[in-house]
Design a protein around this ligand. Structure first.
Ligand code: PGA
Length: 255
């Protein structure tokens, strides 16, 4: 069975003090919601990772993640952070392949393969993002585009390593735009991803992998999205920056 997961991608937001306040407020509000989800992941920017991780320590379902990692372990790479540095902050996850990193930092499928390997070697779990542009969808190439992204960066993994992957389907046209994929569009793609993994990889992996939806997910639309058969939770950007909104998204799981 896939785990039900809600992850908050804080992107480049929050001072250290504000990040601590947000994490504490989520942790305090979570006590009543612990039965709703299997894991809640907070992904603050690096400067707050250690502090947020120590707040999460007391809550078994609350974990932290970084938003990126370098493909190497150490060296003369000014401004970068490695997977082992991330684990040393207490984080258990890293987000890789986010469309903002693919777009603004030219992260290719090949580079992402290296980052995936580095993160797994350090013992991190990965939230691996995929998703098509509006142009690709309008050409009706979205399914092939997304499954190709997965194939190129993940299909070299062993079954054991694949069990450390969570997939986030995030259509680029829905990220930060207020336009959400319709339930039909989300279910169609999530089902496509799961079926693709089943035929091309392994039935076991396909049945167990959590596939999160991301892109303008908010307290109003989360319940409908999370109720879809192949949607196992969400990767939340804007709405993860306010604890009330984030907690209400977590409460949107029906069971
Ligand atoms: P959004 O971002 O919820 O603000 O659309 C989601 C994401 O980029 O992970």
């Amino acid at each position: 069975m896939p785990k039900q997961i809600v992850a908050g991608n804080w992107k480049m937001n929050k001072s250290l003090a504000d990040a601590i306040e947000l994490a504490e407020s989520i942790a305090n509000g979570l006590t009543e919601l612990e039965h709703y989800a299997d894991s809640i992941i907070l992904a603050p920017p690096y400067h707050a990772l250690a502090a947020v991780s120590s707040i999460c320590e007391d809550h078994s379902i609350l974990k932290t993640g970084a938003q990126n990692c370098h493909q190497l372990d150490s060296g003369a790479y000014t401004g970068e952070i490695s997977s082992t540095m991330i684990t040393s902050c207490g984080a258990e996850f890293v987000i890789l392949g986010h469309s903002e990193r693919r777009q603004h930092f030219n992260e290719s499928d090949e580079l992402l393969t290296e980052k995936v390997n580095a993160a797994l070697k350090a013992g991190l779990n990965i939230i691996f993002c995929c998703g098509e542009s509006l142009e690709t969808r309008e050409k009706n190439l979205h399914k092939t585009f997304v499954t190709d992204q997965l194939k190129k960066s993940l299909f070299h993994l062993s079954k054991e390593d694949f069990s450390k992957i969570v997939i986030a389907y995030e259509p680029i046209w829905a990220i930060g735009t207020g336009v959400t994929a319709s339930p039909e569009q989300a279910q169609e793609m999530h089902n496509e991803i799961r079926s693709f993994l089943r035929t091309e990889y392994s039935a076991e992996i396909a049945n167990d992998i959590s596939i999160l939806y991301g892109g303008s997910c908010n307290p109003k639309n989360a319940a409908e999205l999370f109720a879809l058969p192949d949607v196992n939770g969400g990767l939340i950007g804007g709405a993860s920056l306010k604890s009330e909104d984030f907690l209400s998204i977590i409460a949107s799981f029906s069971s």
